[in-house]
Design a protein around this ligand. Structure first.
Ligand code: CTP
Length: 403
């Protein structure tokens, strides 16, 4: 799956002959799973039609502040467009537009959108070789890079003028792979390994029965997805759940019992940078597991239970460089209990779930958490989807790792 999947890409097209290649570029973005919108300079319409780009991008194409062609007085909101984008790619970027971008000129919709965009901006220059080398063009490159805009270097080859040299816009395939590589390299958990536990554990009573709990595994799977999206390699040790994994950077290790989860966690812990234990591990298991199905005989049946091993605490004991995160599900005296677990289990961060919060806990789509770090800084979050909570947790971890 491309890193561009699900991303909002705004393509800005300016008036260079390479604009004809943007039809392929839009197709490639769509193929990568991105949502694409196009904004054009008025002159670029001489090189490729808005209709072509609207059809390929499946979105209306904008090129002026008002919908002139329909003359319906609708304002094309450059601020909205700019804020919609996860990435803004100006391709082809002419010397004229780059110079305007570098100097804050704002005489068309594309330039106004550029000034409104808060996302990373990439530009793929396209011009004749002498223009490409001109001191003025080089000054524009420098200035745009000082704004943290990213240049997608032009290639060498035959130019529209018939001359051969540097200045050809990078090919659409190269623009896409440049973008993918650049984004991947900048992900905050790039080259990090994350271990997660998720879901319930089942503790066997006999060959057909077990003691389990209602954990859906949703929180752990969302954490796995968030970690993978941030560039990490993920090992997800999970008890029995119906959750599905789609990301290729997530390795699933299915387990059933607390002992299996313990063994798997210890197998991988030494190799990881971050471990988050979100599984609802059974605290007790039957002391003796019957080898045959237990027949019903007496009116009551007594099972003797013994404690399972505390996986989180055991990892806290052997922790070296790892950033270790635990969960605490509490009903009373929440903050104090969570702080106690943080210390006792030698954690770096604890995620507190209070059962007193509506919308938090098992089988819910939402969660409400409070994060407590080793310095006892407490951050409370609003009720959010579990996907958003996962991102909040990683933002806090990334902040702490870089502190
Ligand atoms: N946990 C674990 N192994 C266990 C039990 C719990 O790794 N055998 C982890 C959970 O994944 C969670 C954390 O410990 O991250 C806290 O679990 P919780 O049940 O809230 O706390 P306990 O320490 O078990 O204490 P108590 O049940 O008494 O509140």
């Amino acid at each position: 799956m491309s890193i561009l999947s699900g991303k909002n890409i705004l393509l800005g097209i300016t008036a260079g002959i390479a604009a004809y290649k943007t039809a392929s570029l839009v197709r490639l973005f769509i193929k990568a799973g991105a949502d694409v919108k196009v904004v054009m300079t008025p002159a670029s319409k001489d090189f490729i039609t808005p209709l072509t780009l609207a059809t390929l991008s499946k979105n209306p194409v904008h090129f002026s502040f008002t919908n002139e062609e329909e003359d319906n007085g609708v304002w094309n909101n450059h601020v909205e467009l700019g804020l919609w984008a996860d990435y803004f790619i100006v391709a082809p970027a002419t010397a004229n537009t780059m110079s305007k971008m570098a100097n804050g000129v704002c005489d068309n919709l594309l330039l106004a959108t550029y000034l409104s965009a808060k996302c990373p901006v990439y530009f793929a220059p396209a011009m004749d070789l002498d223009m490409y080398k001109h001191a003025s063009t080089l000054a524009s490159f420098k200035k745009l890079e000082s704004f943290h805009n990213i240049i997608i270097p032009a290639a060498s080859g035959e130019l529209a003028s018939g001359l051969v040299g540097e200045g050809r816009m990078a090919e659409p395939e190269d623009i896409v792979s440049f973008l993918e590589k650049d984004i991947l390299n900048k992900l905050p958990l790039r080259n990090k390994k994350v271990l997660l536990t998720a879901g319930p554990t089942y503790e066997a009573i006999d060959p057909v029965r077990f003691i389990g709990n209602h954990s859906s595994g949703k929180m752990g799977f969302e954490l796995a997805k968030a970690a993978a999206n941030l560039g990490a390699e993920v090992i997800l040790i999970t008890g029995p759940t119906h959750q599905k994994v789609t990301h290729s950077s997530i390795q699933v290790v299915p387990v059933i019992s607390a002992q299996e989860m313990y063994d798997a966690a210890h197998q991988y812990f030494k190799t990881v940078d971050i471990a988050i234990l979100s599984a609802a591990v059974a605290d007790y298991k039957p002391k003796n597991v019957a080898t045959q199905k237990i027949k019903k005989k007496d009116t009551t049946l007594t099972l003797e239970l013994e404690k399972t091993k505390d996986i989180l605490a055991s990892l806290g004991e052997i922790k070296e460089k790892q950033f270790l995160v635990g969960f605490a599900l509490e009903t009373n005296n929440e903050i104090e209990n969570a702080k106690g677990k943080l210390k006792k289990k030698n954690l770096n961060l604890i995620v507190l779930n209070s059962l007193n919060d509506k919308g938090a806990g098992f089988k819910k789509e939402t969660n409400k958490v409070t994060l407590i770090d080793v310095n006892e800084n407490i951050t409370e979050y609003a009720l959010k989807s579990k996907a958003e909570v996962a991102i909040d947790i990683f933002n806090q971890i990334i902040k702490q790792i870089h502190a």
